[in-house]
Design a protein around this ligand. Structure first.
Ligand code: H2B
Length: 101
């Protein structure tokens, strides 16, 4: 089911609300890198994000090496070929909530 892709104004608001995230893939995604103390902490974070993602039916693309986790959010079902949507904003907010709590 197609999901409305963010306008450039909505994308700007998303970045303002989540300053630790950067635009990626020509504006079609946002990304944030998390550095933890060790693999156990990184995996704990990924486990929490996985539960959030499953509950939201919206899943991150990510890359983990030891204590580093790179998270990319994009909506495959947005626009013609994927892009940013409200789903990414919601998951970014939830992930930021894990980190600041
Ligand atoms: N995750 C992401 N990142 N983008 C999607 O478009 C998406 C998803 N679609 N998770 C969901 C699952 C969809 O395939 C199911 C059927 O709702």
């Amino acid at each position: 089911m197609p999901i409305p892709e963010f306008t450039s104004e909505e994308t700007a608001e998303l970045l303002q609300a989540h300053p630790a995230w950067s635009l990626a893939r020509n504006g079609k995604a946002i990304t944030r890198t998390f550095q933890f103390g060790d693999f156990s902490e990184a995996w704990g974070f990924m486990s929490r994000v996985a539960l959030l993602a499953e509950a939201q039916d919206h899943h991150p693309e990510w890359f983990n090496v030891y204590a580093k986790v790179e998270v990319t959010l994009t909506t495959h079902d947005a626009g013609e070929t994927g892009g940013l949507s409200q789903r990414d904003a919601k998951l970014a907010r939830a992930i930021d909530g894990i980190i600041s709590n």
